[in-house]
Design a protein around this ligand. Structure first.
Ligand SMILES: Cc1ncc(COP(=O)(O)O)c(C=O)c1O
Length: 364
């Protein structure tokens, strides 16, 4: 089915496709935002209109996720990757330790960041089965006195999702970069959540941090200014010049999610979209092999392999010819990865599933 503006089906893991309605709105605002005679890109971040953009984005994000009282919301820079350093700098005290649950490539990077600051207990490592699953959080052997527990709710490269919120009184810190806003979450169960915008929220350049005030109070007073969560809170995410355009587009995406039924509706759509692809994998009689175990198969990143490198190359080339781009898997997993975040159209999942069936029939 033809896509608006002849757009391709973009299966990129991020940055990735944005809702067409949001792109249209941004386009319409580009030369003169709300008739003010200038674009958001040209506007002072200290101006009233921009302050309203940040405040509305925060309010809409709070509404979408049901962020409870007692949590701060920040729009920061440095990507999710800087959080790998900022978190231990602020919350891993000298002489203490933190628990990390390792289910894939991004969790590994989080651990590398934390190890430069202090003691890390890797309390679970899914390496023996090549990171194809996530453990049940309640089954883990936590370290007494650990400052926090870090996990990656969806491993983007492996396509592995926990599909659960933590429960209990430990301080869970979660990298939700690749599944935030894909379904409802119980924010009250987390000490902190963070997510780079460039998958489910907007353009690259901003990372959203949602942090419980009591947890925040543990951060030291004397961190470097730009790395100081408290200072960022005091300044309402405007300590320095923020990524204005990215925050503005995130705000448009939040409004799009709210008016299309919020996260409960989004979850239904995402589950349906992913099912189309996993069903196509299963229906291929072993031609396509899923990477993740059934209970952890991500709705956002569908990872699978083909029988050989030559067939993978042919599959990718033919898919491209059909307007389906960015299906190559990450080199650590190989094969293919179809990233189908919130804004990815259902038609695209059906088109890929049909193409997979035809390719398997021809080459299987
Ligand atoms: C789960 C996860 N965490 C962290 C990152 C790193 O994000 P950034 O490039 O914004 O630093 C990514 C990027 O793809 C990711 O998927």
């Amino acid at each position: 089915m033809a896509q608006p503006y002849d757009r391709v089906f973009n299966f990129s893991a991020g940055p990735c496709c944005l809702p067409v309605e949001v792109l249209e709105e941004a386009r319409d605002d580009l030369l003169s935002y709300k008739g003010l005679g200038l674009s958001v890109m040209e506007m002072s971040h200290r101006s009233k209109p921009f302050e309203a953009i940040v405040q509305n984005a925060e309010a809409d994000l709070r509404a979408l996720l049901g962020v409870p009282e007692g949590y701060k919301v920040l729009f920061l820079q440095g990507g999710a990757s800087l959080q790998f350093t900022m978190i231990p700098m602020s919350f891993l005290p000298a002489g203490g330790s933190a628990d990390y649950v390792l289910t894939g490539a991004w969790g590994k990077k989080a651990i590398e960041g934390a190890k430069r600051i202090g003691t890390v207990n890797t309390i679970y490592d899914a390496k023996p089965s090549n990171y194809d699953h996530a453990p049940k959080l309640a089954s883990l052997n936590y370290t007494d006195g650990a400052a926090y527990v870090h996990f990656t709710s969806n491993e983007t490269i492996q396509g592995v999702d926990f599909f659960e919120d933590p429960a209990g009184d430990r301080d869970y810190v979660c990298d939700a970069s690749s599944n935030i806003l894909s379904r409802p979450m119980d924010v009250s169960q987390y000490a902190m959540l963070y997510a780079g915008a460039q998958k489910n929220m907007g353009p690259a350049g901003v990372v959203v941090v949602i942090v419980r005030e009591e947890f925040l109070a543990r951060a030291p007073e004397s961190t470097h200014p730009m790395l100081d969560y408290r200072l960022q809170v005091e300044n309402g995410s405007l300590y320095n010049t923020p990524p204005c355009w990215s925050i503005y587009v995130c705000g448009l995406v939040y409004k799009w999610l709210l008016r299309t039924g919020g996260l409960a509706e989004r979850a239904k759509i995402n589950e349906r979209k992913a099912k189309v692809l996993y069903d196509a994998i299963e229906a291929s009689g072993g031609f396509f092999k899923p990477h993740a175990k059934p209970e952890n198969r991500s709705w956002m990143n569908v990872t699978f392999t083909l029988p050989s490198d030559d067939l993978t190359a042919a599959f990718l080339a033919e898919a491209k010819g059909h307007g389906m781009l960015e299906l190559k898997g990450h080199r650590s997993v190989g094969g293919c990865r179809a990233s189908v975040y919130n804004a990815f159209p259902e038609d695209g999942c059906r088109a890929l599933a049909d193409f997979m069936a035809a390719f398997a029939a021809k080459n299987g």
